[in-house]
Design a protein around this ligand. Sequence first.
Ligand SMILES: [Zn+2]
Ligand SMILES: [Zn+2]
Length: 286
Amino acid sequence: MNSKNIIMRFGFHISIAGGFPRVIPRALRTGCETMQIFSGNPRAWKKKPFNPEEAQNFQEALSQTSIAPLFIHAPYLLNLASPSEELYTRSIDCLVDELNKAYRLGARSVIVHVGNKLRLKEPEALDRVARAINLAFRRANNSIQLLLENTAGQGTEIGFKFSQLKTIVDQVDEKERIGICLDTAHAFEAGYDLSTSTGLNQMMDEFDTLLGLDRLKALHLNDSRTSFGSRVDRHWHIGKGEIGLSGFLHIVNHPALIHLPGIMETPRKEDADDLRNMEIMRSLIR
Ligand SMILES: [Zn+2]
Ligand SMILES: [Zn+2]
């Protein structure tokens, strides 16, 4: 155990299938100390109306557990860089909605993928993301944080380089509301070799120089099924992918990371998959 006796808190992305009352028992069954959920169907624009009473009950039930913090992952359809005015507006509306739902569910922050530039040039796409965030913050009537998640750089995805994240963060008006969620698989696939201690330290130095380590608020702990720099996003079981056990050993014990909540978004067919990943993760703590 490290000197300050702080150890990383682990959790999973938990399914909301069957409704919110099913979420907490699922999280407890797999040993979550923190967790992430969707606020609704992540692949549909049209959402079932949000039941305030259900959200209140969920928040109360969550407070009875030691699971914290709770993260809301924004839907996949949302693209804050969209060149289509219609989809851009819809994405901003959706983000406002997510921030408000996060507040009602008792979450600390919403995690969003930076977006896809499609036919736009990179600087214009990054500007659009920043403008979307500023508009959404002005409309959402709470102080929920938004965490930008680094991407693998697949297809026309932006936000796979820390310099791109910096360009966005620099333009956000309400700096205290913006942070970063670092996905280990995405970073590795995008060309940050965090499978070695040297590579991890280099990545952390670059992050600190460009963004400041204070901006880093959460980790997505996923191994990568694809090779270093592949720019192809495939999550894999902890220790079974290209980052490997020794990679995660350094990550979960890194002095600048141990205070962060670590969410696994590893493949899952049954509880046994999550239980195995959790056991492996905990076994790495020194
Ligand atoms: Zn992720
Ligand atoms: Zn991913």
